[in-house]
Design a protein around this ligand. Structure first.
Ligand code: FCB
Length: 460
């Protein structure tokens, strides 16, 4: 190991993987679980590209011990997972399902027995269908219902879980689920989209207070946002303005309320009619101080001024000649740029990278190994950029890889493999990929040498 090029992470750095309940658990109608919007959506023909559903997913509900063993094998010291609201309160409000809480209880104990610290996300998009039938996130009453559900979970698990994430990616849930209709609940309603944004943020603030009021020891409370640098396609005023508008809607629309207790003025100017109309006290609740900001980083956006696209007059373009994965451009400098910007504009007290990963169409080679070198290269380059940000005093304290095993990737079904562990979807057999072994070494060393990764080659 060449010491001079070795990138050492700070002592106590958190190394984890992240998952989401609907993408892995399966057991959709077992153990008293109620239906969620994702069951309804995935069961609707044509919504999932390969016709699969999360009914079984990777059967984590029954195989969680094996999955915890895999995490231990990699030496991970943390695990971010989400709790399915419909498993805990099948109708969304009212009767609590003891069997649902028991499942998470067993999972948490299995993690702690392996010295893996649990980080629980309270909402990763699988809303109880009964609440959607009552208006879903467009209905203001849901905010208190989310806080009540949160208190039930923290009451039961708060003695062993210290780290809580209220919501996962409010932007993606709002825009893909309520505006573009490509995620559950499948709406294409601009008004409902912006009500959803406000109610997700308000419910985050209420839930943060509920966690702090319920937990017996001091909890660590965060919110996970999907964030990305937004670049102009060309260096023109028009493209720069298009990029600024897109940045307003997808980044600042979520960061400003949390850190500055207001929605961005430039977004209000463009979207006046549908902007949230906060009630007195809402913005104070939303800006309740966070213990940490969760950052999900995958790629950047490149925007071109396009006058006939209403109302943002901005169109996403994909620069020619760059490298792409099955879903996004591979743009690893973006995570440094993003982290530096967060420090400059919002100065968060602590940051955890709560997701970062890449779909790779990998499979087993003749000898049973899964040589997903493209994933290794992606993670290596992202970690080098995260390290650079840490050197510049951005307070990043952990990295959670998306994800542990290949799983149900929402509207892409089982066609996008994001795991460090390969899944044979016919047998659900788990096989550690080369990326899993590589990350295990990074964790053992608490760092990496980007030039000497231990692999034979990295085609660029
Ligand atoms: C994020 C989601 C996560 C997964 C990854 C690939 O937007 O939070 O559930 O789908 O993308």
């Amino acid at each position: 190991m060449a010491e001079d090029s070795f990138l050492r992470f700070p002592d106590g750095f958190v190394w984890g993987t992240a998952t989401a309940s609907y993408q892995i658990e399966g057991a959709w109608n077992e153990g008293g679980r109620g239906p969620s919007v994702w069951d309804t959506f995935a069961h609707t023909p044509g919504k999932i590209c390969d016709g699969t559903t999360g009914d079984v997913a990777v059967d984590h509900y029954h195989r969680y011990r094996e999955d915890v063993d895999l995490m231990a094998e990699m030496g991970l010291n943390a695990y971010r997972f989400s709790i399915a609201w419909p498993r805990v309160i099948p109708e969304g409000t009212g009767a609590v399902n003891a069997a649902g809480l028991d499942f998470y209880d067993r999972l948490v104990d299995a993690l702690l027995a392996r010295n893996i610290t649990p980080y629980a996300t309270l909402f990763h998009w699988d809303l109880p269908q009964a609440l959607q039938d009552a208006g879903g996130w467009a209905n203001r009453g849901i905010c208190q219902q989310f806080a009540d559900y949160t208190a039930v979970v923290v009451e039961r698990l708060g003695d062993r879980i210290a780290h809580w994430i209220t919501h996962n990616e409010p932007a993606v849930h709002s825009f893909l689920g309520h505006f573009m209709g490509v995620h559950a609940p499948g709406l294409t309603d601009p008004m409902a989209t912006f009500q959803t944004i406000h109610h997700l943020l308000l419910s985050h603030g209420l839930a943060a207070c509920a966690i702090r009021a319920t937990a017996r020891t001091r909890p660590d409370v965060g919110l996970t946002l999907s964030l990305a640098p937004v670049h102009p396609a060309d260096d023109t005023d028009e493209d720069r303005e298009a990029a600024r508008r897109f940045d307003g809607v997808f980044n600042r629309m979520f960061l400003d309320p949390v850190y500055k207790a207001s929605y961005p003025d430039d977004v209000r100017q463009v979207l006046e009619v549908i902007m949230p109309k906060p009630e007195p006290g809402d913005m104070e609740t939303i800006s309740t101080p966070l213990d940490f900001l969760g950052v999900n980083y995958y790629s950047r956006h490149v925007m071109k001024y396009t006058p006939d696209i209403f109302p943002l007059q901005a169109e996403e373009v994909y620069p020619k000649g760059n490298e792409y994965s099955g879903m996004w451009e591979i743009y690893t400098p973006g995570v440094y740029e993003l982290l530096a910007r967060l420090k400059a504009d919002y100065n968060p007290s602590r940051i955890l990278i709560t997701e970062n990963g890449i779909p790779v169409p990998d499979g087993k080679d003749f000898d049973g190994k899964v040589r997903d070198f493209r994933r290794i290269r992606y993670v290596r380059d992202n970690l080098a950029e995260v390290h650079r940000a840490i050197e510049e005093d951005v307070p990043v304290q952990g990295y959670f890889h998306w994800t542990l095993t290949d799983n149900f990737e929402w509207a892409y079904g089982c066609t996008m493999r994001f795991g460090l562990v390969h899944i044979d979807f016919a047998t659900l057999e788990r096989t550690m990929k080369e990326s899993g072994r590589w990350l295990a070494q990074v964790i053992r060393d608490n760092g990496l040498d980007p030039g000497a990764s231990g692999l034979p080659f990295f085609p660029r």
